[in-house]
Structures are given as C-alpha cells and as structure tokens.
Design a protein around this ligand. Structure first.
Ligand SMILES: [Zn+2]
Length: 487
C-alpha cells in the first residue's frame, strides 16, 4: 500500500507511565502539582478527565491498548495470542517505522509484545534462555554466593544515602548522574529511556510511531531527594524508606496501617511522578524542536495504584476506580489549539483506533474501541456504551492465559458500576455519582439497574469461554518458562 504525502510526514509518540493514577495529577483534582511540565504541556491539547483502563495490570492494559480488544477475549492477553493483531503490526504493514523502549518484564518479547516493532528495547534481561544451560546455572550459583538480590537492594539504598555527594553531582551533571544511579534495580529509569529516545530522534525518519514506557512511578518507590523535597520539608532517611517500601506496602494485611504510613507512601509516589515529569520535559522540549508539527503526542498510563482505599496497596487484582481511572492527554504539535477538557467517559481500547485514524489507516472491524481524534478537535461523540474492565486472577494475583484463575470484571454505565468477582461468587453495585469511593454496595438495594448489567456480564463471559478452547490451542506451543518468576 502506498502512502500519501500527508501520511509520510506524520509521527505519533505514545508515552505511558506505569501505575499513574489520574487523581494524582493537578488537572484531575489533586492538591499537589506533581507534574508541572505535563500540566503546562496539556494546555495546548485535550485532557480526557474520565479515562478508564480495560485491565488493572500492565499485560491486561497493554493488550487492550495495542489490540483494541478486551483482554480476556480472543485468546487472552499474556502471552498475546498471534491471532490478536496489534497496532504496531498494522502500522508496519502501512510502512510506518515503529520504535519501542520499556523495561516492564511483563511486556517483553517473550509475551509477544514486540510484534510489529522495528526496534524493541525491552531490557534484554527478559529474553528467553534455557534454565538448564551451564551459563545460566553458573549465574544463579554466583548470584547465590554473593546474595546478589540483597546486595543490589542494599546498594540501591546506600546510593540513596549519599545525598550530599549526589546533590553535588546532580548540580554538575544532572542527566548523567540520574542514569548512573538507577532508582529501581530492575528497570530502565526515566533518564535512560529519555536518553535513548533523544538519540533515536536524531536518526529516525517519518512516518514514525514511538512508544516509550516509564517504570519509575511503579513500586518500589525510591525517588531522588530533590523530588521528595518538593512535597515535604525533609527527605525520608534510608530506614524510613525501607520501612515504607518493604514493610508497609507489601504487607498491608499483616500490620496495622496508619494514615501517616499511607501519606508517606503517597509522598514517595508523588515524588516519582515529579521525577518522571522532569524527564518528560527534557524529551518533549527536544521533540518540539526537532519535529515541530504533524506529530500527535499521547500521554497516559496502563492503570492506577491503590493506597489502601480498599485494604491494599498496588494494583494487581483490583478493579476499584483508584486502579481503573487513568490520565489521558493528547496534544497535536503544530496545531493552534486551546486546552480542552473532555468529560465523556472513554477507555484505553480507544487509543489504537485514534492512532490509526491519525495516520489515515483503516480501523479494523474487530476493534472494539472508537477513535478519539474528533474529540481532540472539539467534537463530542455520543457514547452510551458499557465499559468493561477485567482481569484474570487468583487471590489477588494476576494469572496468565493458560493458568488456573478466576474472572474479575467491572462494567460501568451512566454513573453506575457493577463488579463481578467469580472467585468469591460476589457482586457489587455502586452509584459512582453519590459514592465515588465505592464504599456502599447497593447490590441488594437497587434492583432496577441489575438485570442489564447481569445480562452483559453473562454475554461477555460466554464470549470469553467460547474462545477458551481456541486459547489453549494458541498457547500450547508456548512453554511456561519463566512465567512464574516474572510475576
Ligand atoms: Zn503496569
């Protein structure tokens, strides 16, 4: 297929921030300005105030984002079944250059999330290797002797402790220091991602689609001092940080959680957002200089994060709104535009059709989402559908296609939200307008809304089950290597 001149000039940059909940940004009503650059940047574009993720973990969410199909349908979400055609594949077919950088182990090549990308930097550590190989055994043995995991954690905290040295170094060479002192030991950090993106910008050719994913806001939170000081008079010391990240966050059901613990964890989280914001500023200012126009920039998240609103921290296996509500900001460079606040409820599966429409590529019929492009241009589209968010889990832990698990789903429509928990055979109904915190279950009190929600649930689960046989066929060929260790 030949591209027209307009298509050839275009670029789309998709920036996703792992675990960034919408209501920790000022535009979404937060009391702190955690991301001043993003706020300023958004003034030239559209802010979608009610964006819902279709899955509460990275794999369910990105499966939705890249395929525009709900995660549990058509063979599941992890590994991504070959039958589910991805956005980058469609772009590739249309001769658009595709580039990705991220370091989320759940979104690696092994789970097929690289499909359609020309360049796919995913940290390589997650590439498939035989657990029986001598080299692998040797590495495991050496790591054991030196107690590697413990050592690297200790080192991470020690490096955090060199505050005076770090402050001095940062002043002298901020960019380099942040790269040299990673904040989460398993991930590329924002400076690394941005550095790679900028060097790629130098050589890239339009039309191009970039996807960059930032892990910094994901736990374990360990932001630099300077970002903590934006929200607190004093930085947390090493033992305070360790206590919050290692004792409080993962053990919410073992210890008594106090409001102070929750607030301190939120401060660390907010400081991580602030840290990513600094580097998005570096990157987007470079983009503005180099690309200037015909460029769509999308900033969003895969899911949010709980701060004990419903008795847990994190996001896996939760479909309350602290996890489902995510930010979405779309800015088109080179277009004179004023800030638009879009209040319509939209969903993550709408992003792929938006990008396809921007490039002038036909949207496949099986895509369940709808393009948001006309909304960014001020038109409102009537959407009265039911929005489904779902996951596959057991006791709050994500399960993959082939594993034993239970469906947990939420269906929302016109201010109401219905939850079905297959594992505990429970239903919930919330009136989000009166009870946005989802505290009062009206399942036995409001019977008017229920039949419709239940009918949709039954129909949807039937569709999932019908594709189950197919799902086994698809995933049988993929061995279970490392599946467990990657969780
Ligand atoms: Zn995630």
């Amino acid at each position: 297929m030949l591209m027209n001149i307009e298509q050839q000039k275009k670029a789309v940059i998709l920036l996703t921030i792992d675990a960034l909940r919408a209501d920790h940004l000022k535009s979404y009503g937060y009391h702190r300005n955690t991301a001043p650059y993003i706020e300023k940047f958004a003034e030239k574009g559209s802010i979608f105030l009610n964006t819902i993720t279709n899955g509460p973990e990275s794999p369910t969410a990105f499966s939705s984002l890249f395929t525009s199909i709900l995660p549990l349908l058509d063979g599941g979400f992890s590994p991504l079944p070959p039958e589910k055609i991805t956005l980058p594949q469609l772009l590739k077919e249309n001769r658009i250059n595709t580039y990705a950088i991220h370091s989320n182990p759940n979104l690696g090549k092994y789970f097929n999330f690289n499909r359609g990308f020309d360049v796919f930097l995913d940290g390589e550590r997650y590439k498939k290797q035989s657990t029986n190989s001598l080299k692998h055994q040797l590495i495991v043995y050496i790591k054991k002797i030196f107690d590697y995991n413990n050592l690297s954690n200790k080192l991470m905290y020690r490096l955090k402790g060199f505050n005076r040295l770090k402050t001095w170094l940062r002043k002298k060479m901020p960019f380099l220091t942040d790269i040299l002192l990673p904040f989460t030991p398993i991930s590329y950090n924002a400076p690394y991602v941005v550095n790679k993106l900028i060097s790629f910008l130098e050589t890239c050719q339009k039309p191009i689609f970039f996807w960059a994913h930032f892990m910094d806001v994901h736990s374990p939170y360990n932001p630099p001092m300077r970002n903590v000081l934006n929200f607190r008079e004093k930085d947390f010391n090493i033992s305070e940080r360790k206590f919050l990240v290692e004792k409080v966050y993962p053990k919410a059901n073992e210890i008594e959680i106090t409001p102070k613990m929750i607030n301190d964890l939120k401060t660390l989280y907010d400081a991580e957002i602030n840290f990513v914001d600094e580097y998005l500023a570096v990157f987007l200012e470079t983009v503005k200089r180099k690309i200037q126009n015909n460029c769509l920039i999308i900033i969003t998240a895969d899911h949010g994060e709980s701060f004990y609103e419903h008795g847990l921290f994190g996001h896996q296996g939760s479909i309350y709104d602290e996890v489902l509500k995510i930010p979405l900001i779309i800015v088109e460079l080179g277009k004179k535009s004023i800030k638009k606040e879009v209040k319509d409820t939209i969903q993550l599966i709408d992003i792929a059709p938006t990008i396809l429409e921007y490039f002038g590529i036909e949207i496949p019929e099986n895509f369940q989402g709808l393009s948001l492009l006309s909304m960014t241009r001020g038109e409102s589209i009537k959407r009265n559908g039911f929005i489904i968010s779902e996951c596959y889990q057991k006791s709050g832990l994500m399960k993959r296609n082939q594993e034993d698990g239970f469906i947990l789903l939420a269906i929302r429509n016109q201010g109401w939200k219905y939850i079905f928990d297959e594992e505990n055979d429970k239903e919930f109904l919330f009136n989000l307008k009166l009870d946005p915190q989802e505290n009062k279950n009206l399942i036995n009190e409001n019977t008017e809304k229920l039949p419709e929600f239940r009918a949709i649930k039954r129909y949807h689960i039937k569709k999932i089950t019908e594709s189950y046989e197919e799902k086994l066929k698809i995933t049988k060929s993929i061995d279970k290597f490392k599946l467990d260790s990657l969780k």
